[in-house]
Design a protein around this ligand. Structure first.
Ligand SMILES: Cc1cc2nc3c(=O)[nH]c(=O)nc-3n(C[C@H](O)[C@H](O)[C@H](O)COP(=O)(O)OP(=O)(O)OC[C@H]3O[C@@H](n4cnc5c(N)ncnc54)[C@H](O)[C@@H]3O)c2cc1C
Length: 230
């Protein structure tokens, strides 16, 4: 399960723990019950749990993603820090993150947007429409990247360590991460990032993620989206 995003990025489901039955059985353990088949009446239970904020059963579903995204997208992603159930006494319940290291691997891929968006007039952090001078903006980026790539490679040729040479590289450099999070955390990410207020680039990842969740956990995801929101 993989989708290409932006010009060189992607999001892929590497692994998952659980199914639609996981939420139902995690809740029913309270009564010492376990089911082997998801039935119509289980939908009512899942809806009840979501509506009443009984969210811990949703944290037994875990998904591991492999993401390749520009650094400026990942900086927004890094802000999602709560997400994986560890144990009730564990002081932090954070996502599992691992990332490619620019100390080991030279940075090679950079994001070149297909279109340049216009600064929004009423929302300081947003964009709206496109600027008319597309070619000029493309040229500015192309020239900048040609220069920076040349200089970066010159530093490497001089024997400068990769960890230091990379300091001249911009935020459009692609990075790769493994991100493992609970169903609840993934849906929180989708609700915030598949939203008109979110930046277009991260929204593309959130939209793909939502499609994956609907495919992997169709009943749970559908009920969550209907009950808690997009
Ligand atoms: C459109 C948009 C614009 C943004 N702009 C900025 C910006 O300009 N600058 C900036 O720094 N960030 C910005 N953010 C990031 C934002 O502030 C959040 O850090 C980010 O969206 C992560 O959301 P979260 O806290 O729900 O996620 P998580 O950290 O994964 O938290 C998940 C949930 O856990 C609960 N939770 C987390 N921490 C606590 C806590 N300490 N106490 C109690 N409950 C907790 C909350 O219910 C939270 O929703 C922006 C986000 C969006 C979507």
């Amino acid at each position: 399960m993989k989708k290409e995003i932006l010009d060189k990025g992607f999001i892929e489901v590497v692994d998952k723990l659980g199914s639609d039955l996981t939420v139902v059985n995690s809740a029913r353990v309270s009564f010492g019950k376990r089911k082997t088949k998801f039935e119509e009446k289980d939908k009512i239970l899942v809806q009840y749990l979501a509506e009443n904020k009984h969210w811990s059963p949703f944290r037994h579903i875990i998904v591991q993603f492999h993401v390749k995204a520009p650094e400026f997208v990942m900086r927004q992603w890094y802000k999602h820090v709560v997400g994986i159930e560890t144990s009730s006494s564990y002081p932090t319940k954070d996502h599992a993150w691992n990332e490619i290291s620019g100390r080991y691997v030279p940075v090679q891929d950079f994001y070149y947007p297909a279109k340049w968006r216009k600064q929004s007039e009423d929302n300081k952090q947003a964009s709206e429409g496109e600027i008319p001078e597309q070619e000029t903006a493309h040229k500015i980026l192309n020239d900048t990247m040609d220069y920076l790539n040349l200089q970066y490679n010159k530093l490497l040729e001089l024997g400068v360590a990769k960890e230091q040479a990379r300091i001249i590289l911009p935020l459009n450099q692609f990075t790769e991460v493994y991100w493992t999070a609970s169903f609840q955390a993934v849906m929180n990410f989708i609700s915030l990032r598949d939203d008109s207020h979110a930046q277009w680039e991260i929204r593309e990842y959130a939209i793909a993620m939502k499609e994956f969740m609907l495919e992997l956990f169709p009943e749970t995801t559908k009920i969550w989206l209907e009950t808690i929101g997009k």
